[in-house]
Write a protein that binds this ligand. Sequence first.
Ligand code: FAD
Length: 393
Amino acid sequence: MLKGMEVTVVGGGIGGLAAALALRQRGAEVCVLEQAEAIREVGAGIQVSPNGLRVLEALGLGTAFRAATVRGQAVSMRDFRRGREVVSLDLSGLPEAQSYRFVHRADLIDLLAAASREAGVRVRLLQAVHAIEPGDPPRVVCRTGDEGRADLVIGAEGLHSVLRPALNGAAAPFFTGQVAWRAVVPNTVGHPAEARVHMGPGRHLVSYPLRGGRSVNIVAAEERRDWVAEGWSHSDDPANLRRAFADFGGDVPALLEQVEAPGLWGLFRHPVARVWHGAGVALLGDAAHPTLPFMAQGANMALEDAWVLGDALQRAPDIQTGLAAYQQRREARVRRVVQAAEGNAWKYHLRNPLVRGVAHLGLGAVGRLAPGRLVGQFDWIYRHDVTAPGQGA
Ligand SMILES: Cc1cc2nc3c(=O)[nH]c(=O)nc-3n(C[C@H](O)[C@H](O)[C@H](O)COP(=O)(O)OP(=O)(O)OC[C@H]3O[C@@H](n4cnc5c(N)ncnc54)[C@H](O)[C@@H]3O)c2cc1C
C-alpha cells in the first residue's frame, strides 16, 4: 500500500526521521519538514534501551548505531551523600543486538538523518509548520504561507505539536514543579560504562558515559516552583546547578565542576492524546504522548511508533485502516510507559531521611537476594519487540 504514497513528515527529530526512514524503506515518497536551519540535536545524551535498539536494528542501523554508542553494563543506584552504592542493576547479560546503549543525541540524529537522505527521503529545512489540516488530501501550511498537500501527513513535531490540538482540542500542560538540567562534560572522573543514579531529597542526578569515554551526560531534576514558563528551555548559569546539588557527594562535585552551559528544562505533564489520527494525518512520538524523562523512554517510544506506523500502513488496505491499527497497537503500551515514568521520580526523591534509609536498605537487600527481579521488573519495557513477526493485526 505504501509504494508511491506521498508522505510529509513534520518534524525532523528522532521520531520524525525514524518514521521517514521506515516509510521510505517500504516504498513511500517521503519529505520531512523541519523548522530548524539544520538537522541537529541540542541537549545531551540519551539512553536507548533494547526495545528501541530493536527498531534501529530493523531499520538496518544496528551496526552503525552500536559503533556510535557506549554499551551500558549496569545501572548503579546511589545515595546522594557520599555516592555509596545502594544497588546495581546488571545489564551485561543482554545479547549484543538487544543491549542497553548510551548515545549523544546528536549522534543518533546524525545517523537517522544520513540514512534517511541516503534512502531518498527529502529533508526541507527552515519549514516551520503553522497548521496541519486533516482532509482528503490533508494540507500543511507553513508560517511563510507556503502550502503543501500529500496523501499522508505525520505530525512528529514534538511537545509543541500543531496537529495534536487540531485532533484533540487544546489542553493546557501541567507544570510538574520539576526542572531538568542537561549537559555534556569531559569525562575526567574515570566513569565506568554504567549509568549512575544519585538519589537525594527532592532531586536526583543521572550520569552516564558517552562515546569514547570522553564525556559524561548529566540529567538532573529538582523541585523549582518559581519556574517562569515564558519558554520551556533555556541555558542556565552552572552556579545554579552547583548550588542545587551542593550537598551531593561521591563523584557528583567533580562532574558539576566541569559543567559550563547547562540546558534547563521545565518538566510539564501532558495527557496522552486520545485521538492519534484523522483524515490522512497521524501523530507520532512526543506529539502524541509527551513522556517525562524518569524512565528514559520518550525517544524509545518514538522509535517504536515509527516502526509500527510503517508496519500498520503496509499491512492495511487503505490509509485510514492503517492509521487506526497504528493507534490500536500503540496506545495501551504508551499509556503504561507514560504512567510508569510519571510515577518513577518520587522513588528517587524521598525526603524523609528515615524513610529513605529504610527504602535504600530494602532495595539493597532485594539486589543481593534476588538481583534478577530488579532488572526483570522492566521486562515489559525492554523485552517488548515491536519488530517481531506476528506483532501486527
Ligand atoms: C531531560 C530529558 C532527558 C531525556 N532522556 C531520554 C532518554 O534517556 N531516553 C529516551 O528514550 N528519551 C529521553 N527523553 C525524551 C526524548 O527526548 C523525547 O521523547 C524525544 O526526543 C521525542 O522525539 P520526537 O521526535 O517525538 O520529538 P522531538 O525530539 O521534540 O523532535 C521534534 C522536531 O520537530 C521540530 N518541530 C517542532 N515544531 C515544528 C513545526 N511547527 N514545524 C516544523 N518542525 C517542527 C523540532 O525542531 C524537532 O526537530 C528525555 C527528555 C528530557 C526532557
